[in-house]
Design a binder for this molecule. Structure first.
Ligand code: FE2
Ligand code: FE2
Length: 281
């Protein structure tokens, strides 16, 4: 059975309490800052995803997929906008987000300048898979957002839900325009490995720099708790390894991991967020 899910546009604002940026997650400063470091990549990364899919928009002939592409672009644009506000809070708290974002921008500009458009789409499909499996962990283990500030918790739930909703869109475009042959498989898997290596080699120094500036480098108890969250129980990173490896199966499709059950809460989440009271400036 082929699964089809249409991405829904939800224009939401999360009115983040900026002063809580470094301590919003119940898992402590180290897990909070891990998620904050991930957020650094979103606005620039999502703009790149949108562009790489737009490059092929005219070649998408399937009506349903054309509609999905529109939904995908809208969702990523809203994510970018909300995470820009998120990252501003991080900048205002004294972390040089501008500098980190500058590095990400330069890298993506270089990719756009020197690589083929199908490889750029490959990078997008690769990073969408990474995002989708991390989003799945967040939805499967709500304890990762337990005892946390509500607004921050909601922005992550919303993002995780929509990443799940649109997880197959860039993939389906890729299949339609690059095909399913050997070249398509090799490009898809090579860009996946490279994108992961580059992403981790940027995320790690950004994260450590944030932790150092937050004066948490020698807080061993804090490291222990974050390690538990990421590699122990629930094990946000440990749990994604099998799904990560599935990308190498020649016939892989993002909906092989059927996690539509989590999308049932989307409507309730949307109406809840619409009723959030803005925080006084
Ligand atoms: Fe996104
Ligand atoms: Fe996405």
């Amino acid at each position: 059975m082929t699964i089809h899910v249409s991405p829904v546009r939800r224009n939401l604002n999360f009115h983040l309490p900026k002063e809580r940026i470094s301590r919003w997650n119940g898992g402590g400063p180290h897990f909070t800052q891990f998620l904050n470091a991930l957020s650094v990549f979103f606005p620039e990364g999502e703009r790149f995803f949108i562009q790489s899919v737009r490059n092929y928009r005219d070649q998408v002939t399937d009506k349903k997929l054309q509609e999905d592409v529109r939904g995908f672009i809208a969702q990523e644009a809203f994510h970018g906008r909300e995470h820009e506000e998120y990252n501003e809070a991080l900048q205002e708290a004294g972390f040089p987000v501008d500098r980190y974002e500058g590095i990400v921008t330069n890298l993506l500009e270089t990719v756009k300048k020197y690589t083929r458009k199908d490889a750029q789409l490959g990078v997008t499909v690769a990073l969408e898979h990474l995002t989708a499996i991390l989003a799945n962990t967040l939805l499967k283990h709500p304890e990762l957002l337990e005892n946390s500030d509500e607004n921050f918790s909601l922005i992550w739930q919303w993002h995780a839900l929509e990443e799940t909703e649109h997880k197959a869109v860039a993939f389906d475009v890729y299949k339609q325009v690059v095909g399913s042959g050997v070249y398509s498989y090799l490009l898809r898997t090579t860009t996946f490995v490279l994108a992961n290596v580059i992403f981790v080699s940027l995320l790690t120094p950004f994260y450590l720099d944030i932790i150092r500036r937050d004066k948490q480098l020698t807080n061993m108890k804090g490291w222990g708790k974050a390690f538990q969250y990421l590699w122990g129980r629930p094990g946000a990173i440990r749990k994604v390894i099998p799904d990560w490896l599935d990308y190498f199966k020649p016939g892989f499709h993002p909906w092989d991991h059927d996690n539509r059950e989590y999308l049932k809460s989307a409507e309730a989440l949307e109406s809840f967020v619409l009723n959030l009271t803005p925080i006084e400036a």
